[in-house]
Write a protein that binds this ligand. Structure first.
Ligand code: ADP
Length: 256
């Protein structure tokens, strides 16, 4: 059940600036506010280039906002923050490390010994259906398998908050469908204990399939157009009238 606020995005604005001869300032995000509560899966959706990834990086503490703030569990986010993990669109695996070594990277800042790290990484690869691929290298995996390693790495530190930047968009539709339903079931099961998930997507069906709440952003500079609650039971049937009605509402707000 959704509960107290875990992440609060409070009036966040951001501009890219360049100094020198070709000085410019490009406003990307303008006064965006919303929150993510305990137990929620929230999607951020908006047109390509509107600043979704930039906003997710601000929430992760990888970029500072121009104004406004992000609060995580009552503290302002000022940089990379323990408890917040990130899944990248392009997997971001290190090709010279084996899959299990890539997952162990998620535990780089943990003080536990190497055997314990190995056990955690091994268990996660198993949960993600990659038993037998521990000692292989990422290059020998399909895109879907690479993203499973990326997700295992993000989960290794037992994060409180999982941020995912278009995690399925580099995959073909069949692979993406399978991974979406696996991840959805995993996050809603008892094995993986994250307090909340925030995902960037430009795919309306994906947002309605996975989310409890969809934050719809406008074109650049990004403003919050509205928040749509998705109170449909899981697993969700894309052909059900209520699912189709909700996708229509999201499209309506996006194109308004
Ligand atoms: P989205 O995730 O919604 O597709 P991004 O957050 O990746 O959008 O990018 C938002 C906008 O910021 C894009 O129009 C992109 O071209 C622009 N942008 C990204 N990096 C820079 C930069 N270093 N300087 C200027 N503009 C940038």
């Amino acid at each position: 059940m959704a509960g107290d606020n875990i992440i609060v995005v409070d009036d966040v604005s951001f501009a890219y600036t360049n100094v020198g001869e070709l000085a410019y300032e490009s406003m990307i995000i303008s006064g965006v506010s919303f929150d993510v509560r305990r137990g929620e899966f929230v999607s951020l959706i908006g047109p390509s280039g509107c600043g979704k990834s930039t906003l997710l990086r601000i929430i992760a503490g990888l970029i500072r906002p121009r104004s406004g703030r992000v609060v995580y569990n009552g503290s302002v986010v000022n940089g990379p923050t323990r408890g917040i993990s990130f899944v990248f669109q392009d997997f971001a695996l290190l090709p010279w490390l084996t899959n299990i070594e890539n997952v162990k990277l998620g535990l780089s800042f943990s003080s536990i010994d190497d055997n314990a790290k190995y056990e955690i990484a091994n268990g996660l690869l198993e949960k993600l259906g990659l038993s037998g691929f521990e000692d292989a290298y990422p290059n020998s995996l399909s895109g879907g398998m690479k993203q499973r390693v990326g997700i295992a790495r993000a989960l290794a530190s037992k994060p409180d908050v999982l941020l995912m930047d278009e995690p399925f968009s580099a995959l073909d539709e069949l692979t993406a469908n399978l991974l979406r339903s696996d991840i959805s079931a995993m996050l809603r099961g008892k094995d993986i204990q994250v307090s909340c998930v925030l995902m960037v997507t430009h795919n309306v069906d994906e947002a309605v399939e996975l989310s409890d709440k969809i934050a719809v952003l406008s074109n650049r500079p990004s403003r919050l157009k509205g928040i749509i609650d998705v109170a449909l039971p899981y697993p969700r049937n894309k052909r059900h009238k209520d699912f189709i009605d909700l996708t229509d509402r999201v499209y309506g707000l996006l194109t308004q």
